[in-house]
Write a protein that binds this ligand. Structure first.
Ligand code: B16
Ligand code: MG
Length: 215
């Protein structure tokens, strides 16, 4: 029986992928690399350092550990400048009614994100206190596709993986949910997230019961 939910943040609750993209492209341009939208797709759900390493690899550039650290810090300053301007109007359509539906039915839910900026983002959009717990990149030691993020989420909800639905927009996140034994719902395109148990384009008009029935 499904008793709780775990939500990814970027791409599920808000569309911060576009802000990550702008900041990574700015960094790439410093060493003559032009990041494309298509490459950005592959960065979804990947940790900050993992993202830089992929970009350097695509650009054919090598950097020392301390240079890489400095680069990720700089990118994060640009990214944070943008997210600190976010407002609740940036919550993706359909998300608030869905969260309210869960609350009305006493279905507990947690956040399960790779981002180390999840708390400032949730504060900006005013929904931090909706979550039983916030599992993010500051609390995990293994990145998606490892299931650790969602396992900690289930623990916080006091539920087993098979009692939780994970909502994810990235292939790595879906992989993480599946390997942890969760019900995996993809938010986005069927062709991108085909491994998920169910794919929906967004939360508009959805209820918890309807999703459970479709699984
Ligand atoms: P930060 P999610 C992920 O968030 C993003 O999808 C990914 O693009 C980003 O690199 C990662 O967070 C780390 O973010 O630099 O803020 O720590 O989709 O798992 O909510
Ligand atoms: Mg995501």
């Amino acid at each position: 029986m499904i008793k709780g939910c775990i939500f990814d943040l970027d791409g599920v609750i808000v569309d911060t992928a576009k802000y990550h993209f702008t900041a990574w492209r700015r960094l790439g341009r410093e060493f003559g690399f032009e990041l494309t939208e298509k490459q950005n797709e592959r960065l979804k759900g990947v940790s900050r350092m993992g993202t830089l390493e992929l970009i350097l690899d695509w650009a054919g550039i090598e950097k020392t550990e301390s240079e890489k650290f400095e680069m990720t810090e700089r990118k994060n300053v640009w990214y944070r400048e943008r997210i600190l301007e976010m407002t609740e109007s940036e919550i993706l359509e359909g998300v608030m009614p869905f969260l309210e539906d869960l609350r009305a039915k006493n279905i507990p839910f947690a956040l399960g994100s790779a981002s180390k900026n999840s708390i400032p983002i949730l504060n900006q959009i005013g929904i931090k206190d909706y979550f039983v717990d916030i599992i993010d990149g500051n609390r995990t030691t293994r990145s998606k596709p490892d299931p650790q993020t969602f396992e900690l989420g289930a623990e916080a909800l006091n539920l087993k993986p098979e009692e939780c639905i994970v909502f994810e927009d990235s292939q790595k996140g879906i992989q993480a949910a599946l390997s942890g034994g969760f019900h995996a719902v993809g938010i986005g395109k069927q062709e991108v997230l085909s491994k998920a148990h169910l794919v929906i384009p967004n939360f508009i008009g959805r209820t918890f019961e309807e999703i459970v029935e479709l699984l």
